[in-house]
Design a protein. Structure first.
Length: 309
């Protein structure tokens, strides 16, 4: 049944025929959504129930890559007043998509009722030089969600994802330490390190948006105890408090919280929450100390601090 729905969906929506997330096909997300609530079934079947339309997102999860963006989106999707785009859209950060225009962007959004808000997530927006201005041009009063985690952990998570992608594509892989240290010093040109310079990226967003338009979700807390972080998002979005502790259960095998909604239970895809390599402690210290100053600057920018290393 799920396969038939999925096939119909792919046939009917060529623009989204290759949903990918961080280079990984996310058909599993669509399949589980096909089996989920009415919201997603309408979307897949492409039947437009009376009173629904496709809306430009009123909220965007702008990043950060490996911050927990998928978990945040899927957990928010539990809320009856929220509908979410199933795949990463990459409208504001990929030139070839941006030139297709706003109607193309809207066409990728799910159907929603008037009392629902639409959310898309593309983690690449946070580090994209163009995204802040483009999103501001579209809607200068938009509310943005940014989920962050300890910058060193984020680098290791980023490396782990690329490591598995390379293994799957039969490409050679290197130990973490060899990628991060070059000629005895920290390789600050490594993209994964640059993506964790939150102060640098945030500076670009604050040129276009007020701080109170950007709600920062603590990705480390979302892993340990999702509900309070989600309740903060409900308040930020002025939504009634509808997400409950019963919407989550801890799955011992996965080692993460999974989602219970519309009478069904599901965990995130296996590519989310993979074990990380054990990193040499000297290299870890080098990373902590490199990020420390950037973190301090970031805390000052947002008037809030985190317990990152
Ligand atoms: P790891 O796979 O390195 O542990 P993103 O969706 O932005 O790519 O982020 C992926 C990260 O989300 C995972 O990184 C994981 O730590 C985190 N995460 C948060 N809550 C999760 C959950 N309930 N299930 C799985 N992963 C979760």
């Amino acid at each position: 049944m799920a396969f038939l729905l999925l096939s119909a969906y792919l046939l009917l929506t060529p623009a989204q025929a290759a949903p990918v997330e961080n280079g990984t096909l996310v058909v599993e997300t669509l399949t589980s959504q096909a089996l989920l609530g009415n919201k997603s079934e309408h979307y897949l079947a492409q039947v437009r129930p009376p009173g629904t339309s496709r809306q430009i997102p009123q909220t965007i999860i702008i990043g950060v890559r490996k911050g927990g963006t998928r978990a945040l989106l899927e957990m928010l999707d539990v809320h009856p007043n929220i509908v979410v785009a199933a795949t990463e859209v990459h409208f504001f950060d990929w030139e070839e998509n941006y030139v297709k225009g706003i109607d193309w962007y809207r066409s990728l959004m799910p159907l929603s009722y008037e009392n629902q808000i639409t959310i898309e997530k593309t983690p690449g927006y946070f580090t994209s030089p163009q995204a802040p201005e483009r999103i501001h041009d579209m809607n200068s009063s938009i509310k943005l969600l940014l989920i962050l985690r300890d910058p060193t952990e984020r680098v290791i998570s980023d490396y782990t994802q690329v490591y598995y992608n390379r293994l799957e594509n039969h490409k050679p892989v290197q130990p973490f330490e060899d990628v991060v240290i070059k000629n005895g010093v920290l390789n600050t040109k490594y993209k994964a390190i640059q993506r964790s310079l939150y102060d640098v990226h945030m500076g670009r967003w604050l040129k276009y948006f007020h701080l109170d338009q950007i709600h920062i979700v603590d990705g480390n807390t979302l892993i340990r105890d999702p509900l309070p972080e989600l309740q903060k998002v409900e308040r930020f979005l002025n939504l009634p408090s509808k997400i409950l502790s019963s919407n989550f259960y801890f799955n011992q095998t996965k080692g993460f919280y999974c989602i219970r909604s519309d009478g069904r239970e599901r965990c995130l895809h296996e590519s989310k929450g993979r074990p990380h390599p054990v990193v040499n402690s000297t290299v870890l210290e080098q990373l902590y100390s490199y990020f420390r100053e950037h973190n301090e600057r970031f805390y000052r920018m947002i008037n809030h601090s985190f317990d990152w290393h």
